[in-house]
Design a protein around this ligand. Structure first.
Ligand code: URA
Length: 201
């Protein structure tokens, strides 16, 4: 039987193709009262194997950017728009996104973060319900509502986009530093000269 406690989903079989392609459901991870909630697209192969979001190459970039901004992964919450790995790492379909939407909204509502950081075009479009040109909108803050709840979003490029593109890497690192500044967290793991990479926003 399908079960969800607002944060974790067990036994969901709503998406036949994803039930076929997944090894397991990959739920969000991190403190249930985190100030920062990162939302990615969906689990890749490594996440599907390990059962945790962002543990592959994209996760390493995220960890690095968090570290520069003075935060550890353990201090933030990370989840995805869909919790099951799409076949061949394709984008989730609109039906799959819709099937998983309620779980994501429940998680956002339970965590009640200061900021939701959307990692890439898919989560940005999904949560804003409009088309997003992510390279030009990355770093922008958008006030939205989920039902009667106001929620601040910070749009970001996906960490995978930084792997071969220096400019996107800078944008990504600046966006993560901005998220940390907005939420007023961080400081513990900061490396380098201890200065925020983005003084004003
Ligand atoms: N990319 C995502 O969007 N989510 C993950 O969990 C891993 C990679």
């Amino acid at each position: 039987m399908e079960q969800s406690d607002g944060l974790c989903v067990n036994n969901c079989r709503r998406c036949p193709a994803l039930v076929e392609s997944r090894s397991r459901i990959v739920n969000g991870i991190g403190p249930e009262d985190a100030g920062l909630l990162f939302v990615g697209e969906g689990p890749g192969q490594t996440e599907d194997q390990q059962g945790e979001p962002f543990v592959g190459r994209s996760g390493s970039v995220l960890d690095e950017a968090l570290g520069e901004a003075g935060l550890l992964r353990e201090e933030i919450r990370i989840t995805n728009c869909v919790r099951c790995r799409p076949p061949e790492n394709r984008d989730p379909t609109s039906d799959e996104l819709a099937n998983c939407r309620g779980y994501l909204y429940s998680e956002i509502s339970a965590v009640d973060p200061d900021v939701v950081i959307t990692l890439g075009k898919v989560p940005s479009q999904h949560l804003l319900d409009r088309s997003v040109a992510i390279t030009s909108e990355a770093g922008s803050i958008v006030e939205t509502r989920f039902g009667d709840r106001p929620q601040r979003l910070l749009l970001s490029v996906h960490p995978a986009a930084t792997l071969y593109d220096r400019t996107q890497r800078e944008t990504f690192f600046e966006t993560i530093a901005k998220a940390v500044d907005i939420a007023g967290v961080g400081g513990g793991a900061r490396s380098g000269n201890g200065q925020s990479r983005l003084g004003e926003f």
